[in-house]
Design a protein around this ligand. Structure first.
Ligand SMILES: *Cc1c(COP(=O)(O)O)cnc(C)c1O
Length: 434
């Protein structure tokens, strides 16, 4: 048998850091990354044959659990007809109709392959449609890794962004203004100073890439209002939350009831059912600025791939009301047990939760966590020992404290029991961390 350690050693000679995406290297929790070789329902099996309850869910796509029969059948059927033809395919309209049936504001949809491509294209579209240049983003909101979105906050509130990664130029970052999340005054100041030039405000529908950070009461509606006032677009990044928090994403828990919609949505993760598909969507008028209807270029060899479309459509077709209420209920059970175990072990924390997405932030109870500065100020060192205690007890958590925990429709009582049983020792490990 090849061990996880041997696999990682080999991988490091072949791939930078031994991985295809950084968080998989377990850098922030330490230890040897696990190589998973199979998934079934709520469970994963690693290369050494160990089984874990999965709380990563492929970073979100596995809403129905791994190897859901309907999804696997749909993929088999699509594969049997060929892997893709580089032409239009009936499965595209099928998935598009399923999306629009849930999110009416998605009048037109452009399929792409990753969330990064969806937000990158949404921004180009916003600039093309408005003729303006500046993009406003919030610190700690992750929108994929395109250059302009890898910007860090400048020194003053309304100053232009600085490169957030080596390889991003000052020129690229300078078109992005980065402000703290949940800060209405900062957003007002940006518009007061640069309002005529702002093409779009992009925001995670509810942030979940700095840990989960709930939008303050009315914050999304405020973004909607101020963008409308200045003729900028609101890009609602639902790559993580889309079709996970309610059947209509986080918009279904916010804008739908409050009576507003963003100009553009971006979707990923669940929409592809585990295969590489993402999308941008919005009103017909703005979306028709995209080529070939309009002058804003976007194309993709694999866009709308029929196998990926089939996986996404089967996932949405099977994600019914019972699925969402099941996930909500199990998430509540696990979140309650998590916070109870930490309290019992005397670990100061806040439980950060929006719908069925949640995470924990250590040492933050005096301030709470409302933005990236507060998220970053937490006692992150407590998470490594916590993570490893859970791993040893057969529970696979996100290998970073800044990621959300994902449950699925396949998390049954046995899976939840295993998580609850593991929590007390892990909470103790977090308490002992120093
Ligand atoms: C995951 C994620 C992305 C990037 O999607 P990829 O498919 O990894 O490129 C963008 N926005 C949000 C909110 C995400 O969670």
């Amino acid at each position: 048998m090849t061990t996880n350690a041997e696999l990682f050693e080999t991988a490091q000679t072949l791939m930078p850091g031994g991985v295809s995406s950084p968080v998989r290297a377990h850098g922030s929790v330490g230890g040897t990354p696990v190589s998973m070789v199979a998934g079934e329902g709520a469970w994963l099996t690693d290369a050494e044959g160990r089984k874990y309850v999965d709380l990563v869910g492929s970073w979100g796509p596995a809403l129905l659990g791994h190897r859901h029969p309907a999804v696997i059948d749909a993929v088999h059927q699509a594969v049997d007809a060929g892997l893709g033809f580089g032409t239009s395919h009936p499965n595209e309209a099928k998935l598009a109709e399923l999306v629009r049936g849930r999110v009416p504001g998605a009048e037109r949809i452009r399929f792409v392959s990753t969330g990064t491509e969806a937000t990158m294209t949404a921004i180009r579209l916003a600039r093309g449609a408005t003729g303006k240049s500046i993009v406003v983003k919030f610190a700690g909101c992750y929108h994929g890794h395109s250059d302009g979105l890898l910007a860090a906050a400048g020194s003053g509130v309304a100053t232009m962004g600085l490169p957030g990664s080596a390889g991003v130029t000052e020129a690229q970052a300078s078109e992005t203004v980065v402000i703290e999340y949940n800060d209405r005054a900062a957003l007002e100041q940006v518009f007061a100073e640069h309002g005529e030039k702002v093409a779009a405000v992009i925001t995670e529908a509810t942030p979940a890439n700095m840990g989960v950070v709930p939008p303050g009461e009315g914050f999304n509606a405020f973004i909607r209002e101020i963008t409308q006032k200045y003729g900028a677009l609101m890009i609602f990044d639902e790559v993580m939350t889309g079709f996970r928090i309610t059947e209509a994403g986080y918009w279904g828990a916010s804008g739908r009831a409050e009576g507003w919609a963003p100009d553009l949505f971006t979707f990923g993760k669940v929409i592809g059912g585990g295969l590489p598909t993402a999308a941008l969507a919005g009103g017909a008028e703005v979306m028709e600025h995209l080529a070939p209807s309009g002058p804003v270029y976007h194309a993709g060899t694999l866009s709308g791939n029929p196998v990926a479309m089939a996986a996404g459509a089967a996932t949405l077709e099977n994600a019914d009301a019972a699925v969402y209420s099941h996930i909500d209920e199990k998430a509540q059970t696990v979140a309650d047990a998590l916070t109870a175990a930490l309290a019992e072990a005397g670990v100061d924390h806040t439980l950060q939760k929006v719908g069925n997405l949640f995470s924990v932030a250590f040492g933050t109870s005096s301030t709470g966590v409302h933005n990236y500065a507060e998220a970053g100020a937490q006692e992150a060192f407590r998470y490594g020992p916590f993570f490893h205690a859970m791993l040893d007890a057969g529970v696979y958590l996100p290998p970073s404290v800044f990621e959300a925990w994902f449950l699925s429709a396949a998390h049954d009582d046995a899976a939840v029991e295993q998580i609850l049983g593991a929590l007390p020792a892990a909470a103790e490990a977090a308490a002992q961390a120093g």
